[in-house]
Design a protein around this ligand. Structure first.
Ligand SMILES: Nc1ncnc2c1ncn2[C@@H]1O[C@H](COP(=O)(O)OP(=O)(O)O)[C@@H](O)[C@H]1O
Ligand SMILES: [Mg+2]
Length: 259
């Protein structure tokens, strides 16, 4: 088995709050791995450390054999890791199409424009075609000229995924992609993610929706108070005592609702 991502002994504290305690897990190439855990267990912080938005206090993170724990977030994106945010914020004055275009990592704008280079124009054309294709895939074509800030919460999530995909990542990390997405769109989103997986993109997905987890994920890891307490198949979650203990007595016992 080839490990695309290796997280080993990662810790992070904010002040006296130990949010991640020696977290270790791998993402296997091609898999869809679910990341579960009650609210406040450290899931988003873990994504932040992998994507370089938060620097871990200790431990190592290796992607495609390359250490990335000390890299800046824009360099990490260039290595092939993309992510979305739990609560995406969109610029007021850019259209949906402009936001996706701006997420393209290639520099075809200023310098090539000044030099009038054909290669720059070609890259821009290719990015436009790619952006249109992604907006289509994520069902955003009909709102492509609207201000991005005017979209619904669910549509902003889809736009976040389109932006993440502009860099052609090998690993896509999604922070609660289903939350706020209209029920009619959810099945389409699941199908889109399956298609991405079939195209060879590995996925690490934070999600509470058990239908989503059961349909999509081959394996799940469960965080409880900053520690990994389980790594199992989705159908094994309901019988895993440590998983049940993690959710027991929490106000957001979403796993229990499903078991
Ligand atoms: N930038 C930050 N500064 C201080 N505390 C933070 C920061 N980010 C997260 N935390 C704390 O880390 C804990 C875990 O948060 P989070 O990773 O968002 O959990 P989850 O995504 O599992 O709900 C919470 O107690 C939260 O308040
Ligand atoms: Mg979170």
């Amino acid at each position: 088995m080839t490990h695309l991502l290796e997280v080993a002994g990662v810790s992070k504290a904010f002040g006296g709050n130990q949010v991640l305690s020696s977290v270790s897990f791998n993402v296997v190439k091609g898999e869809i791995l679910g990341l579960l855990g009650p609210n406040g267990s450290g899931k988003s912080t873990l994504l932040n450390t992998i994507s370089g938005f938060t620097r871990p206090d200790g431990g190592s993170i290796t992607f495609n054999g390359r250490p990335i724990a000390r890299m800046a977030s824009h360099r990490i994106i260039q290595t092939g890791i993309a992510r979305t945010f739990q609560l995406p914020v969109m610029p007021e004055k850019m259209s949906v199409m402009e936001v996706v275009m701006a997420a393209g990592t290639r520099q075809h704008g200023l310098i090539n424009g000044l030099l009038g280079l054909a290669s720059g124009r070609k890259a821009e054309q290719e990015d436009k075609a790619r952006a249109s294709e992604l907006l289509d895939t994520l069902l955003l074509t009909k709102v492509k000229d609207l201000p991005a800030a005017a979209l619904s919460g669910g549509q902003k999530k889809l736009l976040g995924i389109a932006c993440a995909l502009m860099g052609n990542p090998a690993l896509l990390m999604l922070d609660e992609p289903m939350a706020g997405v209209h029920p009619q769109l959810r099945q389409e989103l699941v199908e889109t993610l399956v298609r991405l997986s079939q195209q060879g993109i590995s996925l690490l997905v934070i999600e509470h929706d058990m239908h989503f987890i059961n349909t999509l994920c081959q394996r799940c890891i469960v965080l409880d108070r900053g520690q990994i307490v389980a790594s199992c198949r989705p159908d094994e979650l309901a019988e895993n005592q440590q998983v049940l203990d993690a959710y027991l007595g929490r106000s957001t016992a979403t796993l229990q609702e499903a078991v």
